[in-house]
Design a binder for this molecule. Structure first.
Ligand code: NAI
Ligand code: MG
Length: 496
């Protein structure tokens, strides 16, 4: 069911999209296009240009010119004003972003509606940082000098041209995580959005220009990962890559970046634990666990896919989560009340099915879900397995679908329970459900992850650093740490 789309959404979908380079739409060097489909129907909604290495060259050159050109000459106040105007324009287009996210990503409307204001809030947060970027005066008195005879200080400078490579799951949300701090720091960027959900990136680039971001500062090259993405990651004219996506591609990015030793930040996969103690408030915990696993069809890097429940309450929790799952309305993002939309593509749906098919032969017990509820569109039921063990495929592999695997633990020391929770190559997120302060604080320290929630899973805010340990990535986005990714330090010494 497609409602009356805003006229600007219709017009945007009907366009023959180009790349966005140097402040304007530009055709790719070789004319090739890719259909963009609605995951709820599998039908085409628009098409994009397939950029390649030559297009990446052109965009990187534009970004380099802009870095040393107009962008570097603006005052902090001027840059702040531009980012605030960009944020205002994003708010003004909230309906268009929402509709694009439902059609392009398959987001249930309610999630799309909350992602749009998050983007403008993120921009405002980093707009506030622009005027606070400052070095330090240092008490140096080296080189045989007495105090006062030598002046030492640091300058904070933009790292340069940034290549941003982003995934489809929150598309414009993920893109903004890179755009806002990069622009705040004074960097310029070339964004390669995910080919499965590329449309919002092109709208963002247009709005940036409308807001006064000079030509070449923010470029978008749509295209495939193996071509456009790989060219950007390896490009000698790029100073830093900011990547969000699979751990597998994260490794390829690190290799590609080695040529010119560009800086790399990575937000990769996860297999995050949710640990439920017997004193937890189950009325709060059960929906919390279900949403940790099922939000956006489980297509979340922070997805709480491994649930550990104390054996005393294991049955009640498992049945509660399964009942919650059965009540979740499955449908297209525009259908009223939809809580579970489609997954992004046929490939992802098939991958989820393959992983789910390993569960019962390996000894897991299916409580609910496990199937595709309809043939048209890429849907998969919210699924709950119990009797899971640490060596099972569904416990080890990131599924990126609505699948929760429940294990139990017995009374014992917290270190042993945390060791179970940490038994994964990832370390992105985690949550602990308990009313006991000592248990909460001790578990927070024992869980090896970039983020831990107590009685809440994966709360996000622009001020709070976000990123992973181990194979979940390098570096932290959001907050002051997120800005640091785009700044370098120069030490200055002056004698007289
Ligand atoms: P992916 O990691 O292949 O794609 C992410 C981005 O990287 C896209 O823009 C893609 O075009 C680009 N890319 C792909 N290959 C590249 C290469 N060789 N060089 C440079 N860029 C490249 O993720 P995909 O294929 O969409 O999903 C596969 C699995 O990855 C999912 O099932 C999930 O497990 C994981 N994933 C994790 C995400 C996260 O937020 N941590 C987001 C998306 C996927
Ligand atoms: Mg891929």
């Amino acid at each position: 069911m497609t409602p009356d789309l805003a006229p600007e959404t219709r017009a945007f979908l009907a366009r023959r999209h180009a790349l966005y380079v140097d402040g304007a739409a530009q055709p790719p060097a070789r004319p090739a296009t890719l259909e963009v489909t609605d995951p709820a129907t599998g039908l085409p909604i628009s098409s994009i240009a397939l950029g390649e290495a030559a297009d990446v060259d052109r965009a990187v050159a534009a970004a380099r010119r802009a870095l040393h050109g107009p962008w570097s000459r603006l005052t902090a106040d001027e840059r702040t004003r531009i980012l605030l105007e960009f944020s205002r324009l994003c708010d003004a287009r909230a309906r268009q972003f929402t509709e694009l996210a439902v059609l392009d990503n398959g987001m249930p409307r309610a999630i799309a509606e909350s992602t749009a204001p998050f983007c403008s809030q993120f921009l405002r947060y980093y707009a506030g940082w622009v005027s606070k970027i400052a070095g330090r005066t240092l008490p140096s008195a080296g080189m045989g000098k007495r105090p006062g005879e030598l002046q030492a200080y640091t300058l904070r400078e933009p790292v340069g041209v940034v290549g941003a490579i982003t995934p489809w799951n929150y598309s414009f949300g993920m893109e903004m995580l890179k755009i806002a701090p990069a622009l705040a720091a004074g960097c310029t960027l070339v964004l390669k959005p995910a080919e499965q959900a590329p449309l919002a990136a092109l709208l963002l680039a247009e709005l940036a220009t409308e807001a006064g971001v000079p030509p070449g500062v923010f470029n978008v090259v749509t295209g495939l990962g193996e071509t456009a993405g790989a060219a950007l990651a390896a490009h000698p004219g790029v100073d830093k890559i900011a990547f969000t996506g699979s751990t597998e591609v994260g490794r390829l990015i690190v290799h590609a970046a080695a040529g010119n030793l560009k800086r790399v930040s990575l937000e990769l996969g996860g297999k995050s634990p949710v640990v439920v103690f017997p004193d937890a408030d189950l009325a709060q915990a059960i929906p919390g666990i279900a949403m940790a696993g099922f939000l956006l069809q489980g297509q979340n890097c922070v997805c709480g896919s491994r649930v550990f429940v104390h054996e005393k309450i294991a049955r009640e929790v498992a049945e509660g989560v399964a009942a919650f799952a059965r009540n979740m309305a499955i449908g297209g993002g525009f259908e009223p009340g939809t809580m579970i939309g489609p997954v992004i593509s046929r490939e992802q749906r098939d991958r989820i099915e393959r992983l789910v098919a390993t569960a019962q032969p390996e000894g897991a017990r299916l409580l609910t879900g496990g199937r595709r509820p309809r043939e048209a569109g890429w849907f998969f039921e919210p699924t709950v397995f119990t009797d899971c063990r640490p060596d099972m495929t569904i416990v080890r592999e990131e599924i990126f679908g609505p699948v929760i695997a429940i294990q139990t633990f017995a009374d014992g020391d917290l270190e042993a329970i945390a060791a179970q929770a940490n038994d994964t190559v990832y370390g992105l997120s985690g949550s602990v459900w308990t009313r006991d302060l000592a248990t909460a604080h001790r578990m927070v320290r024992l869980i090896d992850a970039g983020q831990v929630g107590v009685n809440v899973h994966a709360a996000m805010d622009p001020t709070m650093p976000f990123g992973g340990n181990r194979q979940s990535g390098w570096g932290r986005e959001f907050g002051e740490e997120g800005l640091e990714l785009y700044l370098k330090t120069k030490a200055v010494t002056i004698t007289w």
